[in-house]
Design a protein around this ligand. Sequence first.
Ligand code: HEC
Ligand code: HEC
Length: 286
Amino acid sequence: MTKKMIIKRAAVILLCLVLVPFFVLYVWSSGIIHKKYKIPLTEIAVPTDSVEVAEGKRLASIAHCGGCHGSDFTGRVVVRIKNEFKFVAPNITKIIPEYTASELERLLKHGIKKNGESVYFMPCFSFHELKDESVARIIAYLKTIAPAPSYPDLPSSIVFYPLGRLHIIQGKLPHMADIIDHDSKDKYVPRDSSQVALGQYIAMSTCTSCHGLDLKGEQGFSPDLVIATAYTPDQFMHLIKTGEGGLGRKKLRLMSETAKNFLSALREEEINAVYAYLRSMHTKQP
Ligand code: HEC
Ligand code: HEC
């Protein structure tokens, strides 16, 4: 073997040592990302009445779809985590027309896309707790949105980088469809007309998306909602209606944005109910 041949061979072996693991990482993680779920579709009746469509718009605001997909729903990059992911909330004005009402219902309540794959990151565990009639109204509203162009550099879906793919293989980034208990239904739909029952329903179908399934907060991101008990009822109303904090800090980053732009669609009696529920949770604790 000539010197040249040895160098060539060494280069090929080196290249394989680098490329093969990347190839395995890519193929393995893609298999997980594109896993298909078999959750059957449910027939739903979508209202057409303008009052119900308007209510659907209000409910979609409370569900803060626009917080991720942009106020006009044409999509945006929600977060970038270097070397891991680029979380893209796509332009849904173009996707919704391709979905049937039943497929939208399955997406919102079970986290399953039209193609049978699960979504990442979209808080369907919160929407799973919504009443059927509320989901139907949201869908009625979504179906009225006209398709609009995306802005030029928006990727069409989530971008996974090598470290993110490794996390997927390690199971650190579960599918939304694996987090939801698909058999549970109407778990928090109020059984009586008490304020606390209504407040629990709203909190579990809305605030959980950022404050965690038990409302105890997400480390390094959002606080335990026991913090709401340090608010007076008036301060809490002001927070949800305007986004201004009442405990010294007025500007609360994502919370201020979300409250001002989306949660402010809650009615006063609904906000008071959430407050009553959060207080009742606190007094129940030992
Ligand atoms: C926390 C951010 C977030 C919120 C809130 C959110 N979404 Fe999403 N949504 C996403 C992300 C991220 C994706 C892409 C998920 C994927 O492909 O894994 C997505 C995907 C979608 C899709 C496209 C599914 C497909 O087939 O590609 C639709 C439609 C959609 N969302 C509708 C909604 C509606 C309606 C709401 C409110 C009721 C909502 N989203 C709330 C983040 C969010
Ligand atoms: C889109 C995400 C998101 C949603 C939805 C959300 N929150 Fe928050 N919330 C946050 C974040 C993030 C913080 C921490 C903000 C900070 O400290 O700057 C926060 C902070 C708070 C605080 C503490 C404010 C303070 O003075 O420190 C309260 C109270 C609160 N949220 C109540 C709620 C309630 C009630 C709901 C549901 C009706 C809700 N949040 C829904 C993200 C969210």
